[in-house]
Design a protein around this ligand. Structure first.
Ligand SMILES: O=C(CO)[C@@H](O)[C@@H](O)COP(=O)(O)O
Length: 230
């Protein structure tokens, strides 16, 4: 079942160690088949150098394992809530990449300090609050997904395909698993640059709005004249 999607999501998962976004097994990629209402995700705790396409776990949108020998990633309920909340996405990534996670642990969104950021994501990359004790002791991973979804009720999840979760780490998404990984790489680079930028100039301000708009909208939206339009 879903052999092609399993291969694609296996390959997307293998990009995480390639791009230095995971240590040990601290991360996962999933991808969804919207027509079938099923998604494929990395199994929990399986080393990347032992992972095969057959190891990918197939889940339904009620959280049932439909196929797979291993348990799905412990982050599966978060992925599931994001698929429900963001109907246009096809892939999700979670990592503990060091720079993005540092911002998350600090509880800070990443301001847009330059055109590298603005070329890919519009405005600040937000940081969701830490869950409270009741939320943590309850359906923790599901509540993480619900909290992210709530944070994006007044934000455009296509224009900002990334979030930081306080005391935890980043999630990114995209039209498929590969685009979600691409956005995770961009997020990590932007997080690194922004942290160094503040170290060099603690008084730094976000880039002028006109510059942010120029760089974002020349690649995205109806008037894009360069790169891919969403
Ligand atoms: O967030 C965490 C741990 O804090 C998890 O994403 C990480 O350990 C990966 O877990 P899985 O191996 O996908 O179950």
């Amino acid at each position: 079942m879903l052999e092609e999607l399993k291969k694609e999501i296996y390959e997307a998962n293998m990009l995480l160690p390639k791009y230095g976004l995971v240590t040990f097994t601290w991360g996962n990629v999933s991808g969804i088949d919207r027509e079938k209402g099923l998604f494929v995700i990395k199994p929990s705790g399986v080393d990347y150098d032992k992972l095969t396409p057959e190891d990918m776990v197939v889940m339904d949108l009620d959280g049932n394992r439909v196929e797979g020998e291993y348990n799905p990633s412990s982050d599966t309920p978060t992925h599931l809530e994001l698929y429900k909340a963001f109907p246009k996405i096809g892939g999700i990534v979670h990592t503990h990449s060091a720079w993005a996670t540092s911002w998350a642990q600090a509880g800070r969104g990443i301001p847009c300090y330059g055109t590298t950021h603005a070329d890919y994501m519009y405005g600040e990359i937000p940081c969701a609050r830490c869950l409270n004790a009741e939320e943590i002791n309850g359906a923790y991973e599901k509540n993480t997904g619900l909290l992210i979804a709530e944070l994006f009720t007044d934000r455009d999840y296509e224009a900002v395909p990334a979030v930081l979760c306080k005391n935890h780490g980043p999630f990114t998404w995209g039209k498929d698993g590969h685009e979600a990984v691409h956005n995770a790489v961009v997020l990590e680079e932007v997080a690194k640059m922004a942290a160094r930028c503040e170290m060099l100039n603690p008084q730094v301000e976000p880039a002028p709005q006109s510059l942010q708009d120029k760089h974002y909208y020349r690649k995205h939206g109806a008037n894009a004249y360069y790169g891919q339009s969403k």
